[in-house]
Design a protein around this ligand. Structure first.
Ligand code: ATP
Ligand code: MG
Length: 592
């Protein structure tokens, strides 16, 4: 491809709203362009890379016998009502109506549609197991689209679904996808971590996230170097300690004027924060978004509440719960903003963190303005309607498996795998006949990869101050041939010769034959990040060129043939999917 014939409008300045280097660089390199909040177009170079990432994903899905199909982007709201997700999904779900007022959904994910397809087309245990996938743009009306391609409202996702006869078979299918994901993100040259994750609104029993490590990631990861535990903050369990044994003392209400925070009250009463109980007040809505229940949740004063664990404990969709209006709640339940405690509350669901069950002589709000209650004991003075772990594991806390202090990192969630179990097959009555002719629900799994998010995660991990440094496997082109003087016949001829020889061997070449100053061409080549640069300049008369890798500082002078051979060898080594298999450990390969 000749750059003189291609649209490439690189920018010196990044958009003012861009904070991430990867976002700035993709825009400056003219690989992505925002049309509206969270909606992007992909000029030629950007689209080539999207397709390269997609192709890696496709190859690995095909390798585990996952069958590629294609579904419509719009699907009937009726299917979503069958599973209840029409109500439970929240405002991210892009609901639309046709001219006859029928409800439809722009796919944010496709469990319903795949299950519907399977219940109509498959029927016998003899056809099991099988798996299906498609690579398709998805729509989520995100509250805050941001960070370029990391959180958009339309994004390319590969979503796969497995269908099995038994729970054990589902485990096998899950692990095959899990290993395919390891290969995909290794081929994308990502430094990633696999972490246990919450199933979220998709549901099911087990899940892992694949997170590309980055300080800008929105996924918070806790991990333990000692035992290998790794989980998202939402998911990470907390190992409750046994509190020191104490005699129960009688409760006592004391004056604590103006002490509305835990820190203030503990300072005022000269108590350690661990001896206090923190209250969090919520309202839960029903399907019509009318207030249904009030919730008072209690955790130890020095802990942070984990909203996902709380939502799971209450078994309500995440968007059905929000912080309560203290005054409205107070008149009904007897709580008093800033001074709410568990003793004497009425007309609300009391959720108590598991750690509090063994505590005695704690300080809590007294449900009276400017008063707290001392020596509050679980069991004697209050109990919970629900007792569950609803707190966050934080950096430095004990690992739930081995007790060593856990560490914290951020990551960009590039993929997630879920064991769905029979949630969708049951709610949609998707069955197959087993060997005895009995109807059985499928055991299902689902597996997503954000292709466009992955593309930006690669840039986040592979760039320098001059621009992107694409790994060979996802670069829009492998080689850029930079012609120093586009009016020089010898230079143009040699560049054309190199281009032809490389292309005949399957190497993808961009020739910068634009009438621009060499400095402009070099800057653009660095910015768009093509892995190999072959510069054709004055030495063309001697059949010599400059050969340089984007990731290295130094260049070397080679004959044109040597440069072609070297480029081809490197592309073979790093760019071709097939050679990847030799780079995998025996263990991973054998697990198939
Ligand atoms: P997040 O927690 O970041 O909102 P999610 O867990 O809701 O993502 P999944 O339902 O697991 O996302 O979707 C599968 C994959 O699709 C994610 O792992 C991610 O790579 C990608 N993805 C999800 N939402 C977006 C988005 N708004 N923009 C770009 N990619 C996305
Ligand atoms: Mg996810």
């Amino acid at each position: 491809m000749r750059l003189s014939k291609m649209h490439l409008k690189t920018l010196r300045e990044a958009p003012t709203d861009a904070v991430l280097e990867s976002h700035k660089l993709l825009v400056r390199a003219n690989m992505i362009k925002q049309e509206a909040a969270g909606l992007y177009m992909y000029p030629k170079l950007g689209w080539r890379t999207v397709r390269k990432v997609e192709e890696i994903v496709r190859q690995e899905m095909d390798y585990v016998d996952c069958q590629e199909i294609f579904m419509p982007h719009v699907n009937p709201g009726e299917l979503w009502k069958e599973t209840g997700r029409w109500y439970a999904y929240g405002p991210e779900l892009w609901r639309i109506q046709d001219r006859n007022n029928n409800d439809f959904v722009l796919n944010p994910t496709c469990e319903e549609m795949f299950t519907d397809f399977v219940r109509k087309e498959w029927s016998s245990y003899k056809e099991l197991p099988f798996s299906l996938y498609h690579s398709q743009f998805k729509f989520r009306d995100e509250a805050r689209p941001r960070y370029g391609l990391l959180r958009t409202r339309e994004f390319l996702m590969k979503d796969a679904y497995t269908f099995d006869a038994t729970e054990e078979d589902l485990h096998t299918a899950y692990m095959r996808q899990y290993h395919a994901y390891e290969k995909i993100f290794t081929r994308c040259d990502l430094d990633y971590r696999i972490v246990e994750a919450d199933n979220g609104p998709i549901g099911g029993s087990k899940s892992h996230e694949f997170s590309a490590l980055s300080d800008w990631g929105e996924s918070d990861i806790l991990y333990c170097d000692n035992c290998g535990m790794a989980a998202t903050v939402e998911r990470a369990e907390f190992a409750d300690e046994e509190p020191a044994k104490e005699e129960m003392k009688p409760t006592e209400v004391v004056l604590t004027p103006g002490t509305k925070t835990i820190e203030a009250v503990c300072e005022y009463l000269d108590l350690p924060v661990e001896k206090s109980i923190k209250a969090l007040l919520f309202v839960v809505y029903d399907n019509d978004l009318q207030p249904k229940d009030y919730v008072a949740a209690f955790i130890r004063g020095d802990r942070q509440a984990n909203m996902i664990k709380l939502v799971n404990a209450l078994n309500v969709p995440e968007h059905y719960i929000e912080f309560a209006d203290e005054i409205a709640m107070g008149s009904l339940t007897g709580s008093v903003g800033g001074f709410t405690g568990p003793v004497g509350l009425k007309n609300c669901i009391i959720v108590v963190d598991s750690e509090l069950v063994d505590t005695v002589n704690m300080c809590a709000g007294a449900n009276q303005e400017d008063h707290h209650m001392l020596n509050v004991c679980y069991g004697r003075d209050y109990t919970g309607d629900i007792v569950a772990d609803i707190k966050k594991l934080q950096e430095g806390d004990a690992c739930p498996h081995c007790g060593e202090p856990v560490k914290f990192r951020r990551g960009i969630e590039v993929g997630q795998v879920f064991k769905l179990g029979q949630k969708y097959s049951e709610s949609m009555n998707a069955t197959f006949k087993d060997v005895n002719g009995e109807d059985c629900y499928y055991w299902m799994g689902c597996y997503g990869i954000g292709v466009t998010r992955t593309m930006q995660a690669i840039v986040e991990q592979h760039h320098d101050e001059k621009g992107i440094i694409w790994p060979m496997a996802t670069a829009p082109y492998h080689v850029i041939v930079t012609v120093i003087n586009s009016n020089n016949e010898a230079q143009l001829n040699l560049a054309a010769d190199i281009e032809k020889k490389l292309e005949m061997q399957g190497v993808e070449v961009l020739v910068d034959d634009r009438e621009e100053r060499p400095g402009v061409k070099f800057n653009d080549a660095d910015l768009i990040g093509i892995p190999i640069r072959i510069t054709v300049g004055k030495l063309a008369a001697e059949n010599k060129v400059e050969y340089k890798l984007r990731r290295e500082e130094d260049h070397e002078i080679l004959t044109a043939e040597e440069a072609v051979a070297k480029a081809k060898a490197l592309v073979d080594l790093e760019g071709d999917g097939r050679c990847f298999f030799s780079r995998l450990s025996e263990e991973t390969m054998n697990s198939h």
